[in-house]
Design a protein around this ligand. Sequence first.
Ligand code: PLP
Length: 458
Amino acid sequence: MDARPNSPEARDIRYHLHAYTNARKHQETGPLVIEKGDGVYVEDIAGNRYIEAMAGLWSVAVGFSEKRLVEAATRQMSKLPFYHDFGSKAHSPLIDLAEKLVQMAPVPMSKAYFTNSGSEANDTAIKMIWYRSNALGQPARKKIISRKRGYHGVTIAAASLTGLPNNHLSFDLPIANILHTSTPHHWRDAEPGESEEQFSSRLADDLEKLVLAEGPETIAAFIGEPIMGAGGVVVPPAGYWEKIQAVLSKYDILLVADEVICGFGRTGEMFGSQTFGIKPDIMVLSKQISSSYLPISALIINDKVFEPIADESARIGTFGHGFTGGGHPVAAAVALENIKLIEERDLVGNARKVGAHLQARLRKLASHPLVGEVRGVGLIAAVELVADKASKAPWGKPAALGALVNGLLQQNGVISRNMGDAIAFCPPLIITEAQVDALVDAFERSLDAALPQVRPQG
Ligand SMILES: Cc1ncc(COP(=O)(O)O)c(C=O)c1O
């Protein structure tokens, strides 16, 4: 870190409160200031180059230097820099994007609705669901079931859906009407000898017990990520989504697929819902929709959701919900061009092919003394680190080993993120096999460098 009083680092410490950061520790360590990007790489102000193994925040599908997105933004900015969709107004990029998203959806869908972030989209999903229940004359049907370790964002309602302690502690969350059911993490939570199918059946039973205890007539929806992302890249065990959906159908509970990470190719299919046979009523999209070059998110809803909402808006006189920047024309133009690039360059196929290479290379590390579990699908993976493989015990405090290895990885030229003791990998979808090799080699060196600290006796 540049210690001069007027350095960017010093000014960052002086003026900037960071997202998801220990603000006191930051005053000592300072920031990593990223200056530019090129393909799967980013460079800091000191000129150090890194493989961005998280695609920023699980989001930059097409890499960090895609000229066509810059041109799409510039064209739209010159033509119509802002408009909105309030009061029946529309503009071409939004009409095109709505049509594209509804047509791309893997299940029959009816309408797209636009927001600016994953959190806003999930808050909007909750409001749509409540509005629908009232429209149907079922005002008691307001509870939404999410999952422990699920991640759905940070606004008040979305953070309540999120099932992670750091998003609730000292924020006085969750709000009422949000329930959390079990995490589908077989490696961590299965009973000894319990198969994946048996574990999935037990989780579906847990869900049904929760529904019955609360009263099925009070449960409006279930929300889940096809693969849990920020909760540690938890890949659902065999049979999980099938068994969960059987419970939801039995009690007429809506299903919201939060595709904010999985959407647009991450798992080797266009949507995570396809990879896991999920048939959602609402799909929540963001991040890779525009490769995060500009903020935009969307909900795609089916007629079961749209029709009652339309009736209720007619009764009241309007659907009283909308964001100034929702469906911004420049962001919509960038999203359209980004989706075009994903299709043209078959980045979904690349996620499948190069993803298989990433998964195979990481699985070779399963025998490393610090590796507890390797999991993932396509171009999303996590390696869970343990101090003791048999007991799955962490090294001292939970997350200490994750932070140690993540720091070493950064020194070795790879930016990743540790979710507790799980090191996540979610690189841009354009990554090549050679770049995956460089990434995994650096990870292996980092694990080896950590080992003497974790096991001083060897
Ligand atoms: C699955 C999922 N849903 C929602 C969100 C929230 O999105 P945002 O940070 O844009 O509010 C995230 C962000 O990481 C996410 O991973």
